[in-house]
Design a protein around this ligand. Structure first.
Ligand code: ADP
Ligand code: MG
Length: 336
């Protein structure tokens, strides 16, 4: 690394002298391995997510928001499992050792890490096309992780927060649509600085029957639950459309969409847009009050968007119960 040696870079930006070793961390950055100790009786929940320049983010994106997002997408997986974040590793390929990039990147990363008590315990640093791979480790009591396989016919389907705004921002940045400035500012925040729903995931232990985080679009990620649970579902598109936060900026007083975005485009963002990092989860109707209590306790709204059914497949209906025709392409890195 020209100008800044590899070890100087690690020491300056990723090894914090004052870093309190988090709960469960016996040894952090600096040796050949980190040493981790789960709390008595707990299981590790482990997940990796890689962000590749030009594929997952624009090369010139603000490095501070990129640091946030790289960890946020990983914490979102822990949230989906109902695991409590403890530690993470960071494997980084950088085209150059640029302090003007590294400083804000590490600040964005550590701000979110500290907010969740999740310690950076190691990693790898190499020269190469910009690529960020994080592995997170969290704790969960045995048998209590929220899995994709627990949904049963009759369960309600819920989504946290808002949906589709990240996809809207992406389409705007790609020049496919134009948005009013206020709508774009809000949507862009959702794309670049998603909020992992960690507290909600923890609060849903014992209440939700299945869960996944929405990284590739609601229909795609809900389909993982349906497949994992060998069930089907019907989704209410009218309710789902209300989850688009930017909707207020895009519709007239009568609630209809103006020329900036057709209703169909908006629905595609809500149902199949990626990058929202909300949770989609299921719960038995008897748990409806517990679901809302979990939402209140974690400061996020949850909305019932449909129902699990025995008949396989995923059906999208309008307010009158009429089936809407797809296809609703969700994101696939290797489409056939
Ligand atoms: P090794 O060659 O034994 O794999 P390295 O020389 O690559 O170790 O790294 C030295 C130390 O710095 C290790 O503890 C490693 O985990 C840590 N490290 C390397 N890169 C990073 C990074 N980007 N963030 C955090 N820790 C890192
Ligand atoms: Mg190494």
């Amino acid at each position: 690394m020209a100008g800044l040696g590899e070890f100087e870079l690690i020491a300056r930006y990723f090894q914090r002298p004052t870093q309190p070793l988090g709960a469960g961390v016996a040894l952090g950055v600096g040796d050949d391995c980190a040493l981790l100790q789960p709390s008595p009786g707990m299981q590790w929940a482990v997940s990796s997510d890689m962000l590749v320049s030009g594929r997952h983010f624009f090369p010139d994106v603000d490095p501070r928001t990129l640091g946030h997002k790289a960890l946020a997408v990983n914490l979102s997986d822990l949230a989906a499992c109902g695991a409590r974040p403890r530690a993470f590793t960071l494997a980084l390929a950088l085209p150059e050792a640029d302090p003007a990039w590294l400083q804000p990147f590490s600040e964005g990363l550590f701000a979110l890490a500290d907010a969740h008590g999740c310690a950076l315990v190691g990693g790898d640093t190499t020269r190469g096309p910009l690529n960020i791979c994080i592995t997170v480790m969290g704790e969960v009591p045995p048998g209590q992780a929220l899995l994709r396989s627990g949904a049963s016919p009759g369960d309600d389907i819920y989504v946290s927060g808002t949906l589709g705004d990240a996809a809207l921002a992406l389409q705007c940045l790609q020049g496919q649509i134009t948005l009013p400035p206020a709508a774009m500012a809000q949507a862009r925040q959702r794309l670049e600085q998603p909020t992992p729903r960690v507290a909600l995931g923890l609060a849903l232990r014992g209440t939700a029957s299945a869960a996944a985080d929405i990284s590739d679009g609601l229909l795609g990620d809900l389909s993982h639950i349906l497949k994992g649970s060998a069930v089907g579902a019907t989704l209410d598109s009218i309710v789902a459309m209300n989850l688009l936060a930017a909707r207020a900026h895009l519709t007239g007083a009568n609630g209809t969409f103006d020329e900036q975005l057709t209703r169909g485009q908006a629905l595609q963002c809500v149902l199949a847009g990626g990058d929202d990092y909300e949770l989609v989860f299921t719960a038995a109707p008897a748990q409806a009050d517990a679901v809302q209590a979990a939402a209140r306790a974690s400061g996020v709204t949850v909305t019932r968007v449909g129902r699990i059914e025995a008949a396989p497949g995923l059906r999208v209906v309008d307010g009158a119960g009429t089936l809407l025709a797809g296809p609703w392409a969700s994101f696939d890195h290797f489409p056939r």
